[in-house]
Design a protein around this ligand. Sequence first.
Ligand SMILES: Cc1cc2nc3c(=O)[nH]c(=O)nc-3n(C[C@H](O)[C@H](O)[C@H](O)COP(=O)(O)OP(=O)(O)OC[C@H]3O[C@@H](n4cnc5c(N)ncnc54)[C@H](O)[C@@H]3O)c2cc1C
Length: 274
Amino acid sequence: MAARLALVIGGSLGGLFAARLLRSVGWDAVVFERNPEDLTGRGAGLSTHPQLIDILRRLGIDFDESMGVRLDTFIFLDQTGKTYLKAKAARTMSSWGRLYRALRDPLPAESYRLGMSLRHVEQGSAGVTAVLTDGSRVGGDLLVGADGVRSTVREQFLPDVTLNYAGYVAWRAMLEESEVPPDIRAEIFECYAFCLPEGELFLAYPVPGRNNETQVGRRAYNIVWYRPTDPDTLVDLCPSSNRSSISSRRRLSLDAWRCWGTPLSWRGRMWAPV
Ligand SMILES: Cc1cc2nc3c(=O)[nH]c(=O)nc-3n(C[C@H](O)[C@H](O)[C@H](O)COP(=O)(O)OP(=O)(O)OC[C@H]3O[C@@H](n4cnc5c(N)ncnc54)[C@H](O)[C@@H]3O)c2cc1C
């Protein structure tokens, strides 16, 4: 009997996990990703958790040293940059691209189709059909909507669910290890660093380098800074956001707007809002 076929809409991490897990239990699964190009360069650093490692092992992906940079210290900084707490705790810091490659590479080329965008879903008694924006139709036994925060699948089946702006933006930067200033490198590079100005969160940690290198000297440094941002500023930062579609559930704290005296004074080369 032919394997049942799952159509997975969205070729990012959620879609890849769904496709790989379905394949591991005997299904066939084809992923449709609307981007025409590989997604490797999309993300930045990613802190791992036991659940992630367990699920990767279920897929036969060994979480070995190539998967990330192992740290054993968390460090908390005050707003002047002084350390107020250091704690021993192990964590492996990986990267979005490393995880993406590990999930995507074993999939046969014909099972990961780039440049294929879902227009809508048709549900029949014998199965489901994905109707794509190029007019093609693909039939299957199951359709998985892994098409992200602005999901076409969710919009069709749950039209009343709307986006609710959380009220903050994450600014992130990736530096090559060689670009990190020596004093910062000596003090905090090998730690999972946190700073918590009121209403904000700043994180920094080393991750695999541009080509997933984990050797000392060739790694990268990942920085994320979560900051309250009013809806008008969000629209300025991300013009594709529609002001009227952004509703804020909570009033932003004015305190959180005060300027943060930067304890870490370096230039991020690739600051970009996420
Ligand atoms: C720019 C960016 C960078 C991020 N970087 C990180 C990071 O470094 N570390 C981290 O932990 N988290 C990061 N995140 C958070 C991120 O949301 C998760 O890590 C993870 O990617 C979520 O996976 P997902 O598959 O649920 O959704 P998404 O990653 O949002 O993927 C949805 C996919 O569906 C595709 N799609 C959408 N509509 C259609 C359609 N109609 N037809 C076909 N395909 C469609 C999209 O192109 C997209 O590839 C980032 C998020 C963004 C937006």
